[in-house]
Design a protein around this ligand. Sequence first.
Ligand code: DC
Length: 226
Amino acid sequence: MKNIIIAIDGPAGSGKTSSAKIVAEKLNYVYIDTGAMYRAFALAWLRSGMEFNTNSFKSIMENSKIELGQNESGQKTYLNEEDVSELIRTPEVTKYASSISADKFVRYSMVDKQRVLGQKGGVVMDGRDIGTDVFPQAELKIFLIASIEARAKRRLAELVAKNIEVSLEEVMDQISERDYNDSNRDVNPLRQAEDAIKLDTSDLTIQEQTDLIYNLATKIINSSYD
Ligand code: DC
């Protein structure tokens, strides 16, 4: 069976993570959450107490080991062997992950790591720049979009489930700020690859969007036998 690379990009709350995880499971592929890598790095910086500049990032990068893994309770992110999967989802880490990811040094280091992780194929990788910069040769590229209201409602539900108190308006403001930063940075901004398939998930259930992506993937995988 051919092991292809599936790139899923899109803005915050567009449904990347949920669908990437399920598609990977169904195909028996590895799921790589590149946002978790930026988040873990932001957490390392927050803990370091260092200034927000490239020199600090270089030193933190040298001294931090960021790994993605899986255990019986699901996908995990490790920072120096500590399970930080929950800690990287706080509003503070979310905010700094976006600004830190605009730093050229951080980006290029992460992109290098992501290329190593995905080079053998058989991966579903989600992020902002997977189809455009990390794996422009990916066999399947999906660009997910959704209205700001739909995205904010999804994010609010996740935060409420974690007992984080926040209003819908606040979440909408945070998402808009992140959209702006992620799309307007100089290096690898969020944008749709020319050959990506755009899916608007505003009115789709997870099941529907997953089925669409899974069907596209199996078509490509099966056509590689022709
Ligand atoms: O996907 P996420 O919300 O967990 O990502 C957190 C931040 O990391 C996001 O605001 C921008 C950045 N990011 C990025 O710049 N490139 C990626 N491939 C993935 C995430």
